[in-house]
Write a protein that binds this ligand. Structure first.
Ligand code: NAI
Length: 252
Protein backbone atom coordinates (compact mmCIF):
# COMPACT_ATOMS: atom_id res chain seq x y z
CA UNK A 1 0.00 0.00 0.00
CA UNK A 2 1.17 3.49 -0.95
CA UNK A 3 1.40 4.86 2.60
CA UNK A 4 2.33 1.68 4.43
CA UNK A 5 3.90 2.41 7.82
CA UNK A 6 3.69 6.21 7.38
CA UNK A 7 2.52 8.48 10.20
CA UNK A 8 0.32 11.39 9.21
CA UNK A 9 -1.18 14.44 10.90
CA UNK A 10 -4.41 15.71 9.31
CA UNK A 11 -5.62 19.07 10.63
CA UNK A 12 -9.33 19.81 10.43
CA UNK A 13 -9.66 16.04 10.30
CA UNK A 14 -12.87 15.70 12.28
CA UNK A 15 -15.20 16.16 9.30
CA UNK A 16 -15.51 16.97 5.62
CA UNK A 17 -12.42 16.80 3.41
CA UNK A 18 -10.08 16.20 6.36
CA UNK A 19 -12.08 13.20 7.53
CA UNK A 20 -12.05 11.78 3.98
CA UNK A 21 -8.26 12.27 3.80
CA UNK A 22 -7.82 10.48 7.13
CA UNK A 23 -10.00 7.60 5.90
CA UNK A 24 -8.02 7.29 2.66
CA UNK A 25 -4.66 7.46 4.45
CA UNK A 26 -5.73 4.67 6.84
CA UNK A 27 -6.91 2.56 3.88
CA UNK A 28 -3.50 3.16 2.26
CA UNK A 29 -1.67 1.87 5.35
CA UNK A 30 -0.83 5.03 7.33
CA UNK A 31 -1.45 5.78 11.01
CA UNK A 32 -3.31 9.06 11.48
CA UNK A 33 -3.47 11.79 14.12
CA UNK A 34 -6.60 13.84 13.60
CA UNK A 35 -6.17 17.42 14.81
CA UNK A 36 -9.26 19.56 15.19
CA UNK A 37 -10.83 22.25 17.34
CA UNK A 38 -14.11 20.31 17.49
CA UNK A 39 -13.60 17.69 20.21
CA UNK A 40 -17.01 16.01 19.92
CA UNK A 41 -16.72 15.61 16.17
CA UNK A 42 -13.12 14.43 16.61
CA UNK A 43 -14.18 11.69 19.03
CA UNK A 44 -16.91 10.58 16.60
CA UNK A 45 -14.37 10.49 13.76
CA UNK A 46 -11.97 8.31 15.76
CA UNK A 47 -14.83 5.92 16.54
CA UNK A 48 -15.83 5.76 12.86
CA UNK A 49 -12.28 5.29 11.52
CA UNK A 50 -10.82 2.97 14.19
CA UNK A 51 -11.72 -0.26 12.34
CA UNK A 52 -9.48 0.91 9.44
CA UNK A 53 -6.24 1.26 11.44
CA UNK A 54 -4.40 3.29 14.06
CA UNK A 55 -6.10 6.66 14.52
CA UNK A 56 -5.99 9.15 17.40
CA UNK A 57 -7.40 12.61 18.08
CA UNK A 58 -5.58 15.71 19.28
CA UNK A 59 -7.66 18.68 20.42
CA UNK A 60 -5.88 21.44 18.52
CA UNK A 61 -6.46 25.02 17.46
CA UNK A 62 -4.05 25.32 14.53
CA UNK A 63 -3.68 29.07 15.14
CA UNK A 64 -2.24 28.46 18.63
CA UNK A 65 1.52 27.89 18.76
CA UNK A 66 1.18 25.98 22.06
CA UNK A 67 -1.54 23.68 20.67
CA UNK A 68 0.58 23.00 17.57
CA UNK A 69 3.62 22.19 19.71
CA UNK A 70 1.49 19.75 21.74
CA UNK A 71 0.08 18.23 18.53
CA UNK A 72 3.51 17.40 17.12
CA UNK A 73 4.85 16.18 20.49
CA UNK A 74 1.68 14.13 21.05
CA UNK A 75 1.94 12.50 17.61
CA UNK A 76 5.56 11.50 18.19
CA UNK A 77 4.61 10.15 21.63
CA UNK A 78 1.66 8.17 20.25
CA UNK A 79 3.16 6.87 16.98
CA UNK A 80 6.94 7.50 17.27
CA UNK A 81 7.33 9.76 14.20
CA UNK A 82 5.71 12.18 11.71
CA UNK A 83 6.10 11.54 7.95
CA UNK A 84 3.17 13.48 6.51
CA UNK A 85 1.34 16.69 7.42
CA UNK A 86 -1.90 17.76 5.78
CA UNK A 87 -2.72 21.39 6.60
CA UNK A 88 -6.43 21.10 5.90
CA UNK A 89 -8.14 23.05 8.74
CA UNK A 90 -9.95 26.06 7.36
CA UNK A 91 -12.83 28.46 7.90
CA UNK A 92 -14.77 30.73 5.60
CA UNK A 93 -16.49 34.07 6.19
CA UNK A 94 -18.88 35.70 3.77
CA UNK A 95 -18.77 39.50 3.49
CA UNK A 96 -18.21 42.02 0.72
CA UNK A 97 -15.00 44.03 0.75
CA UNK A 98 -16.72 47.24 1.89
CA UNK A 99 -18.49 45.46 4.77
CA UNK A 100 -15.80 43.08 6.01
CA UNK A 101 -14.68 43.94 9.53
CA UNK A 102 -11.16 43.67 10.90
CA UNK A 103 -11.91 40.89 13.41
CA UNK A 104 -13.37 38.59 10.76
CA UNK A 105 -10.48 39.31 8.39
CA UNK A 106 -7.98 38.46 11.18
CA UNK A 107 -9.87 35.31 12.23
CA UNK A 108 -9.87 33.79 8.72
CA UNK A 109 -6.20 34.66 8.09
CA UNK A 110 -5.24 33.31 11.54
CA UNK A 111 -6.75 29.86 10.95
CA UNK A 112 -6.20 29.37 7.20
CA UNK A 113 -2.80 31.00 6.67
CA UNK A 114 -1.09 31.36 10.05
CA UNK A 115 -2.35 27.89 11.06
CA UNK A 116 -0.72 26.37 7.97
CA UNK A 117 2.50 28.26 8.74
CA UNK A 118 2.62 27.19 12.40
CA UNK A 119 1.87 23.52 11.72
CA UNK A 120 4.17 23.47 8.68
CA UNK A 121 7.06 25.03 10.57
CA UNK A 122 6.68 22.79 13.64
CA UNK A 123 6.53 19.60 11.56
CA UNK A 124 9.31 20.73 9.19
CA UNK A 125 11.62 21.52 12.13
CA UNK A 126 11.05 18.00 13.43
CA UNK A 127 11.57 16.47 9.97
CA UNK A 128 14.78 18.42 9.30
CA UNK A 129 16.26 17.29 12.63
CA UNK A 130 15.25 13.71 11.87
CA UNK A 131 16.81 13.85 8.39
CA UNK A 132 20.06 15.29 9.81
CA UNK A 133 20.09 12.30 12.19
CA UNK A 134 19.77 9.93 9.21
CA UNK A 135 15.95 9.58 9.14
CA UNK A 136 13.68 9.56 6.09
CA UNK A 137 12.24 12.66 4.37
CA UNK A 138 8.57 13.61 4.52
CA UNK A 139 5.78 15.32 2.63
CA UNK A 140 3.54 18.28 3.47
CA UNK A 141 0.22 18.95 1.72
CA UNK A 142 -1.53 22.31 2.18
CA UNK A 143 -5.18 22.96 1.38
CA UNK A 144 -5.60 25.93 -0.93
CA UNK A 145 -8.65 26.57 -3.16
CA UNK A 146 -9.54 27.74 -6.64
CA UNK A 147 -10.32 31.00 -4.81
CA UNK A 148 -6.56 31.49 -4.49
CA UNK A 149 -6.60 32.43 -8.17
CA UNK A 150 -10.20 33.35 -9.11
CA UNK A 151 -10.95 35.36 -5.95
CA UNK A 152 -14.57 35.72 -4.85
CA UNK A 153 -15.61 39.29 -3.98
CA UNK A 154 -17.98 38.00 -1.27
CA UNK A 155 -15.21 35.94 0.34
CA UNK A 156 -12.38 38.48 0.52
CA UNK A 157 -10.55 37.18 3.59
CA UNK A 158 -10.91 33.55 2.48
CA UNK A 159 -9.60 34.25 -1.04
CA UNK A 160 -6.65 36.23 0.35
CA UNK A 161 -5.85 33.48 2.84
CA UNK A 162 -5.86 30.79 0.15
CA UNK A 163 -3.70 32.92 -2.17
CA UNK A 164 -1.33 33.06 0.79
CA UNK A 165 -1.49 29.28 1.25
CA UNK A 166 -0.45 28.69 -2.38
CA UNK A 167 2.48 31.11 -2.01
CA UNK A 168 3.40 29.61 1.38
CA UNK A 169 3.49 26.25 -0.39
CA UNK A 170 5.93 27.58 -2.98
CA UNK A 171 8.33 29.13 -0.46
CA UNK A 172 8.14 26.19 1.96
CA UNK A 173 8.96 23.88 -0.96
CA UNK A 174 12.01 25.98 -1.87
CA UNK A 175 13.22 26.14 1.75
CA UNK A 176 12.76 22.44 2.40
CA UNK A 177 13.85 21.00 -0.97
CA UNK A 178 17.51 20.71 0.15
CA UNK A 179 16.31 18.22 2.79
CA UNK A 180 14.17 16.25 0.36
CA UNK A 181 10.95 17.38 2.06
CA UNK A 182 8.24 17.97 -0.56
CA UNK A 183 5.52 20.60 -0.08
CA UNK A 184 2.49 20.82 -2.37
CA UNK A 185 -1.06 22.14 -2.21
CA UNK A 186 -4.46 21.07 -3.45
CA UNK A 187 -6.85 23.64 -4.88
CA UNK A 188 -10.34 22.14 -4.68
CA UNK A 189 -13.33 23.55 -6.53
CA UNK A 190 -16.71 23.06 -4.85
CA UNK A 191 -16.72 19.97 -2.66
CA UNK A 192 -19.74 18.49 -0.90
CA UNK A 193 -19.10 19.38 2.78
CA UNK A 194 -20.64 21.44 5.56
CA UNK A 195 -18.51 24.42 4.46
CA UNK A 196 -20.04 24.39 0.99
CA UNK A 197 -23.56 24.18 2.47
CA UNK A 198 -22.85 27.14 4.74
CA UNK A 199 -21.61 29.34 1.93
CA UNK A 200 -24.12 28.30 -0.74
CA UNK A 201 -27.27 27.56 1.24
CA UNK A 202 -29.83 28.57 -1.44
CA UNK A 203 -30.74 26.80 -4.68
CA UNK A 204 -29.66 29.73 -6.90
CA UNK A 205 -26.12 29.62 -5.49
CA UNK A 206 -25.95 25.85 -6.03
CA UNK A 207 -27.11 26.26 -9.64
CA UNK A 208 -24.48 28.97 -10.19
CA UNK A 209 -21.74 26.56 -9.08
CA UNK A 210 -22.97 23.81 -11.39
CA UNK A 211 -23.22 26.16 -14.37
CA UNK A 212 -19.56 27.17 -13.86
CA UNK A 213 -18.31 23.57 -13.46
CA UNK A 214 -17.70 21.75 -16.76
CA UNK A 215 -18.10 18.30 -15.15
CA UNK A 216 -21.58 19.45 -14.05
CA UNK A 217 -21.44 18.32 -10.42
CA UNK A 218 -19.77 19.21 -7.13
CA UNK A 219 -16.85 17.06 -5.99
CA UNK A 220 -16.83 14.39 -3.30
CA UNK A 221 -14.42 14.72 -0.34
CA UNK A 222 -12.97 11.34 -1.37
CA UNK A 223 -11.89 12.89 -4.71
CA UNK A 224 -9.74 15.41 -2.83
CA UNK A 225 -8.48 12.67 -0.51
CA UNK A 226 -7.21 10.76 -3.56
CA UNK A 227 -5.10 13.77 -4.60
CA UNK A 228 -3.78 14.15 -1.03
CA UNK A 229 -2.84 10.46 -0.93
CA UNK A 230 -0.97 10.80 -4.23
CA UNK A 231 0.92 13.96 -3.20
CA UNK A 232 1.82 12.45 0.19
CA UNK A 233 3.12 9.24 -1.37
CA UNK A 234 6.40 8.40 -3.09
CA UNK A 235 4.48 8.28 -6.40
CA UNK A 236 4.79 12.09 -6.31
CA UNK A 237 8.52 11.95 -5.55
CA UNK A 238 9.47 14.57 -8.19
CA UNK A 239 6.62 17.00 -7.46
CA UNK A 240 7.16 19.92 -5.08
CA UNK A 241 5.95 23.52 -4.83
CA UNK A 242 2.82 22.86 -6.90
CA UNK A 243 -0.85 23.57 -6.32
CA UNK A 244 -2.88 20.82 -8.00
CA UNK A 245 -6.42 21.96 -8.84
CA UNK A 246 -9.21 19.41 -8.46
CA UNK A 247 -12.17 21.48 -9.56
CA UNK A 248 -14.22 19.64 -12.17
CA UNK A 249 -12.66 21.75 -14.92
CA UNK A 250 -13.66 25.10 -13.42
CA UNK A 251 -10.34 26.94 -13.82
CA UNK A 252 -9.52 27.85 -17.42
P1 NAI B 1 -15.49 21.79 7.00
O1 NAI B 1 -16.00 23.07 7.59
O2 NAI B 1 -16.43 20.69 6.72
O3 NAI B 1 -14.30 21.21 7.92
C1 NAI B 1 -13.29 22.05 8.42
C2 NAI B 1 -12.72 21.42 9.67
O4 NAI B 1 -11.70 22.31 10.17
C3 NAI B 1 -13.75 21.25 10.79
O5 NAI B 1 -13.68 19.96 11.35
C4 NAI B 1 -13.38 22.33 11.79
O6 NAI B 1 -13.72 22.01 13.15
C5 NAI B 1 -11.87 22.42 11.59
N1 NAI B 1 -11.31 23.68 12.07
C6 NAI B 1 -11.81 24.93 11.93
N2 NAI B 1 -11.03 25.81 12.57
C7 NAI B 1 -10.02 25.11 13.14
C8 NAI B 1 -8.89 25.45 13.93
N3 NAI B 1 -8.66 26.74 14.30
N4 NAI B 1 -8.05 24.48 14.34
C9 NAI B 1 -8.28 23.18 13.99
N5 NAI B 1 -9.34 22.78 13.26
C10 NAI B 1 -10.20 23.75 12.83
O7 NAI B 1 -14.70 22.25 5.69
P2 NAI B 1 -14.20 21.40 4.43
O8 NAI B 1 -15.06 21.75 3.29
O9 NAI B 1 -13.95 20.01 4.78
O10 NAI B 1 -12.81 22.18 4.17
C11 NAI B 1 -11.55 21.61 4.44
C12 NAI B 1 -10.50 22.47 3.75
O11 NAI B 1 -10.73 22.46 2.35
C13 NAI B 1 -10.51 23.93 4.19
O12 NAI B 1 -9.18 24.42 4.27
C14 NAI B 1 -11.26 24.60 3.05
O13 NAI B 1 -10.93 25.97 2.93
C15 NAI B 1 -10.79 23.78 1.87
N6 NAI B 1 -11.66 23.90 0.71
C16 NAI B 1 -12.95 23.44 0.75
C17 NAI B 1 -13.76 23.55 -0.36
C18 NAI B 1 -15.19 23.06 -0.39
O14 NAI B 1 -15.89 23.31 -1.38
N7 NAI B 1 -15.68 22.36 0.62
C19 NAI B 1 -13.26 24.17 -1.61
C20 NAI B 1 -11.90 24.61 -1.54
C21 NAI B 1 -11.13 24.47 -0.42
Amino acid sequence: MALDGKIAIVTGGAQGIGLAIARRFLQDGASVMLADINDAQGAAAVKELSPLGKVRFSSTDVSSRLDVHNLVAGTIEAFGDVDILVNNAGIVHTADFLDLNEDDFDRVLRVNLKGSFLCGQAVARYMVKKIKDGGNAGSIVNMSSINAVVGLPEQIAYSVSKGGVSQLTKVMALSLAPYGIRVNAIGPGSIKTQMLDTVNSDMAAKQRILSRTPLGRVGEPSEIAAVAAFLASDDASYITGQTIYADGGRLP
